[in-house]
Write a protein that binds this ligand. Sequence first.
Ligand SMILES: Nc1ccn([C@@H]2O[C@H](COP(=O)(O)OP(=O)(O)OP(=O)(O)O)[C@@H](O)[C@H]2O)c(=O)n1
Ligand SMILES: C[C@](O)(CO)[C@H](O)COP(=O)(O)O
Length: 232
Amino acid sequence: MQTEVIVVAAGSGTRMGSAMKKQYLPLDGAPILVRTLQTLAACPTVHRIVLVVAAEDVPYISELIEAYHLSKIGDVVAGGRERQDSVRNGIGALLHNTEIAAVHDAARPLVTPEEVEAVLTAAKMFGAATLGVPVKDTIKRVDQGQVRETLQRSDLWAVHTPQAFRCEWLAEAHMRAWEQDYTGTDDASLVEWAGYPVSMVEGLYSNLKVTTPEDLVIAEALWRARKGTDNQ
Ligand SMILES: Nc1ccn([C@@H]2O[C@H](COP(=O)(O)OP(=O)(O)OP(=O)(O)O)[C@@H](O)[C@H]2O)c(=O)n1
Ligand SMILES: C[C@](O)(CO)[C@H](O)COP(=O)(O)O
């Protein structure tokens, strides 16, 4: 029985606004995507990685795989217009004997092997799990510049990736969402919508998604701090 991780790296990085797509920008000297793939490959429970990239980037990805000796990459497939389309394409490349399928954003290079293993273990036990952290800010619902509601913060979590699922739950949820034109901003929301329970695994605040330029500055600082600690 296999555990596979779909890494989605086919976005265009609009909010980063850089000339180079954000997943290829350097983080302490190596592309963000490479940092992400190296961490996943270092996880003992991860057997195989399906990498989803923009079709035009496939030759560059082959170069990266060779240059950085990236391991466990089973398939490189083309992404789609939205993240959800890219994940669906990745699901199509999973092996038939996959028991647990996880999905991870290439743009979250600071995830730790311990976080990955924790969410995979929870998915094995409960069927579906996501990493997340309790929100630190007060969250308000705003409409047309007016505060409409202040949400109960103790119930709110910011959701990260990886998110991990029994493979058949993930495949069914994505297939039904596609058929019924349902869209969610993460895979857990599709699995919830399909009627399955999703467990929350508390992760680290450092597992941020590199989305806007300031995230890159923070990610670089966190990476270097972690490296400094490791060297001690
Ligand atoms: N069509 C898409 C869109 C996003 N992603 C991936 O999904 C992850 C999370 O998406 P996000 O941070 O929103 O990335 P982008 O879509 O690239 O960013 P933006 O929305 O700013 O354009 C990223 O690793 C991104 O590469 C993808 O594989 N295919
Ligand atoms: C999947 C995700 O990273 C969980 O926080 C997030 O929902 C992706 O959203 P985006 O709109 O693609 O940034």
